[in-house]
Design a protein around this ligand. Structure first.
Ligand code: NAD
Ligand code: MG
Length: 392
């Protein structure tokens, strides 16, 4: 199987290459892409010897092309979104790992869907933004969409193969989306305004990129995942219940009408869902250590506190509003998280910015991709206005 890894230098990209390298008999790397960290991309190219590499800028592309040539590789280096879409939809590719962070991954991921690939979806923002259009493109294609997000991968594993008939038709009452609660689960609410980016990125159970780490700390990650679950499994927002589970051992559950609740468990290591989606319906080794329940000892659960985590409430509202609301929520969040990471705003102002943007621009139906991209752009303008008024 030939694989394109979009976002190869990221946390998910590297975990994917780790699993792929353990199975040289099954997988071959076709293309690797990166936005920055060109040195790391070069090192990955030397190991995996892909046919293509994609970077963001002409200058770094020329540099990388020269280096790879000198090293005796015939890897072709492409540039920008066009290059990303080309390696995602290339006729020789079988599977695409969509692991770019944020809205930047939307077009390449859609290109992979439209080209009938096995699409391993980590880039939840792409689906959140364009949900209805994304799922329509999927239905019109022969692509296979497999969730990488650990919760959605767990739900997929707990659903019957014919869940596409509808959750009610297969006897599902609701989906229980587990959340660790992040690093600030127990901090006094009035201290949240003073937390630093380093504190927000220090997740207790998972090691991840900085954007999703902040999203986990604000629980916007769970909000985006709620919307993601609605699209992937054709669920209404009220059918998805968020449950805080600090140990991150149960990755999510499905509650059936006969009272059965199925859960998928495992150590918190993304190589499990990655290996699952790469090999599905088969199983392959991932190097993840076996779950030691006796060492873990107990599994705890609690209800999420929407006062502490207003982003969760905002995401649920956007899920209910549908149309362009999720795209605006996502774009405002991307701008806000960026501003928080660069020290321009407080942690608690992430929610203020999103709330302000959603309040100022009404959600409209998203009939085509241009509507989604326009909503994304408008939300970024509004969030930028908030920043120039109140940000540092
Ligand atoms: P990361 O920041 O570690 O890596 C992001 C990758 O995307 C990098 O390779 C980077 O070069 C590339 N990239 C960034 N901006 C880009 C742009 N504008 N154009 C093209 N490429 C760009 O992020 P990550 O933690 O690996 O997360 C990737 C995606 O997977 C996110 O959507 C995240 O929500 C999702 N996800 C991650 C985890 C996890 O454990 N890390 C778990 C579930 C879902
Ligand atoms: Mg997740």
């Amino acid at each position: 199987m030939k694989i394109t890894v979009l976002g190869a230098t990221g946390s998910i990209g590297l975990s994917t290459l780790d699993v792929v390298a353990r199975h040289p008999d099954r997988y071959e790397v076709f293309a690797l892409t990166a936005f920055s960290r060109i040195d790391e991309l070069r090192a990955l190219c030397l190991i995996h010897r892909p046919c293509y590499a994609v970077v963001a800028e002409e200058a770094s592309a020329r540099c990388l092309q020269q280096d790879l040539q000198q090293a005796g590789l015939d890897t072709r280096v492409l540039v920008g979104e066009g290059g990303l879409c080309e390696v995602a939809a290339h006729p020789e590719v079988d599977a695409v790992m969509a692991a770019i962070v944020g809205a930047a991954g939307l077009r390449p991921t859609l290109a992979a869907v439209k080209a009938d690939k096995r699409v391993l979806l980590a880039n939840k923002e792409a689906l959140v933004m364009s949900g209805a259009l994304f799922m329509q493109a999927l239905r019109e294609s022969d692509a296979l969409l497999l969730p990488i997000d650990s919760e959605h991968n767990a739900i997929f594993q707990c659903l019957p193969p014919d869940y596409g008939r509808g959750l009610a038709a297969v006897g599902v009452r609701r989906v229980l989306l587990t959340a660790s609660g992040g690093p600030f689960r127990e901090m006094a609410v009035d201290q949240l305004r003073d937390v630093s980016p380093e504190q927000a990125c220090a997740h207790p159970n998972w090691s991840m990129g900085r954007k999703i780490s902040v999203d986990s700390a604000s629980m916007m990650n769970k909000g985006l995942e709620l919307i993601e679950a609605c699209w992937l499994f054709d669920a209404r927002p009220e059918q998805v219940e968020v449950v805080i589970h600090p140990q991150s051992v149960i990755h999510s559950m499905v509650d059936y009408i006969d009272g059965s609740v199925l859960a998928q468990l495992g150590n918190p290591d993304m190589r499990t869902p990655i290996a699952h989606a790469l090999a599905w319906p088969e199983r392959i080794h991932s190097d993840v250590s076996p779950l030691d329940l006796l060492r873990i000892g107990r599994l705890d659960f609690q209800a999420p506190d929407e006062q502490r985590f207003p982003c969760l409430r905002l995401a649920r509202l956007a899920a209910q509003a549908c149309g362009t609301a999720p795209a605006m929520l996502n774009a405002a969040n991307e701008v806000a998280v960026d501003a928080f990471l660069s020290g321009r705003i407080r942690f608690t102002e992430i929610a203020s910015i999103i709330d302000d943007v959603l309040g100022r621009e009404a959600s409209v139906p998203a009939a085509c991709l241009e509507d989604v991209l326009a909503a994304d752009a408008q939300a970024r303008v509004l969030a930028g206005q908030w920043l120039s008024r109140y940000g540092q």
